[in-house]
Ligand binder design. Structure first.
Ligand SMILES: [Zn+2]
Length: 481
């Protein structure tokens, strides 16, 4: 029986959350959440100055935003209002991060713009969506790892879960990498601000949570195969029930129902915390995220913008749900030829390079992917015994994970009800069939982390025909390409 306080966890009650975690089995596997407070409420931004005062006696504030205009439900300009509010008590320098083409990317170069302004400051206040938050976390942490400046984030859309975790997804040498950074010291989610965000941004947060039905099973699979170091059920148990309710309320989310927006704010924040508890993004980022990362990596070559993260993840999530559905119902462990499951580095390197070399003229993306992939390949070779045992006990594995997955048809139906895009071709920057198929086919070659796709690949199942069959199944659900 699951702890009721765990499955109905409240992100604003950090002390209670800490207590709940101490009562789980193997609490030593769960990491502390290094945050002072999370405020989620209508008008929560009114508490910003008090929050800053609780963190520093100093007066010098660096306010960091992106260039976009943001308004709240009263149609007031959010950033200007926050600037005026801060200026009543503090000396504020306002840094607007810009890029020539408009879209701000999470690059070390943009983080450096923040770092240049940090000397002499007492606190950083970041106002914006995921990119600004990640840049502030990364910039302040790498400026002084031992003693980073206090950081208050005012989240302006429920676009991703990553506000409440201790990592940043950075674009490094053209490759998306999850980099350890830090938590915001205080996170403020004013429901009057996030409710007024473009609906597709909040649908993006809903989409990021579709990974709840695939990432934790990928994580557990990797753990069982000796391919991931740590696993605990609590981070995912904490959000599964509330995510289920969100799925049921998909149509109400599409109608911007304030109660459902409030629920989304809580569970999305908890999803970020679940990654912090695990001290890795695995509870909320599996195969569906890697497909999405590849599409982002291709956007530079295709000269297109980057789609809303969560909506792209959710489309990929339907594909991952279909993979898990196949694995749990059709995969035959007895048909696996163990001797053929271990390709050599000499066989894999050209494949990895062929998958990524077209992305740039310098081979740097392919170098980066191969350097990470070869670690996974080596671990796979080193853990042959785990795979053999896994195949022998496949039914036990299925029994454990079956309650953690969802029928892909149900997920697709809910996403249609939420008016979330279900196809790559209708994302805010439409992704063509060739790019989407490339991303699905090659995503396992990008990084060190193990997923269902690695297992299917090493088992000889992952062929072009198989990928096409999965795409056809998605098509039957009015989803996919
Ligand atoms: Zn995500």
């Amino acid at each position: 029986m699951l702890d009721q306080r765990l499955i109905e966890a409240n992100a604003t009650k950090l002390d209670e959350l800490h207590e709940i975690m101490l009562q789980q089995e193997h609490p030593e596997k769960l990491h502390d959440i290094d945050m002072k407070a999370i405020l989620i409420d209508h008008g929560a931004v009114a508490g910003l100055n008090d929050a800053v005062r609780s963190l520093t006696a100093g007066k010098k504030i660096l306010l960091v935003t992106g260039p976009t205009v943001i308004t709240d439900t009263k149609n007031d300009a959010v950033k200007e209002k926050i600037l005026a509010q801060l200026e009543a008590d503090f000396d504020v320098e306002w840094l607007v991060i810009r890029e020539p083409e408009g879209i701000v990317h999470c690059t070390p170069e943009n983080a450096a713009k923040i770092q240049e302004r940090l000397p002499g400051k007492d606190c950083v206040v970041g106002v914006g969506s995921g990119t600004i938050c990640d840049l502030c976390k990364y910039g302040t942490f790498y400026a002084d790892k031992a003693n980073p400046l206090p950081l208050v984030i005012v989240q302006t859309a429920l676009s991703v879960n990553a506000f409440s975790d201790n990592s940043s997804v950075m674009l490094i040498s053209g490759v998306k990498r999850t980099v350890h950074s830090r938590y915001p010291t205080v996170l403020i989610i004013d429901l009057d601000i996030v409710t007024a965000a473009p609906p597709e941004m909040n649908v993006s947060g809903y989409g990021d949570l579709i990974a709840t039905w695939t990432a934790p099973v990928d994580w557990y699979l990797g753990y069982m195969l000796g391919m991931g170091g740590n696993f605990h059920t609590a981070p995912s148990d904490m959000i599964r029930t509330q995510c289920e309710r969100l799925l049921e309320n998909s149509a109400r989310l599409a109608a911007c129902d304030p109660e459902v927006i409030g629920d989304l704010a809580n569970v999305l924040t908890l999803s970020g915390l679940s990654m912090g508890l695990a001290d890795e993004s695995s509870p909320a980022s599996g195969s569906e995220h890697v497909m999405s990362h590849l599409i982002d990596m291709a956007s530079g070559v295709r000269k297109t913008g980057i789609c809303y993260h969560g909506t792209q993840v959710a489309v990929s999530g339907i594909i991952s749900c279909l993979l898990w559905d196949y694995f749990l119902h059709e995969f035959d462990p007895k048909a696996v030829d163990l001797g053929a499951c271990y390709p050599s580095p000499e066989e894999m390197e050209p494949r990895v390079r062929a998958a990524f070399d077209w992305l740039d003229g310098t081979h740097s993306a392919a170098d980066e992917c191969w350097s990470d992939y070869q670690k996974k390949l080596r671990r796979w070779h080193d853990n042959r015994d785990s795979f053999r045992q896994f195949l022998d006990h496949f039914d036990e594995f299925k029994a454990t994970v079956s309650p953690w997955v969802k029928d892909p048809a149900y997920i697709s139906r809910c996403m249609h009800n939420a008016e979330a895009p279900c196809r790559y071709s209708v994302l805010n920057y439409p992704v063509d069939a060739k790019t989407a198929t490339w991303a699905i086919t090659n995503c396992h070659l990008m990084r060190n982390r193990f997923s269902i796709i690695d297992l299917l690949h090493f088992s000889g199942v992952w062929t072009d025909d198989f990928v096409q069959m999965i795409i056809n199944r998605a098509e039957a659900l009015d989803a996919g390409l």
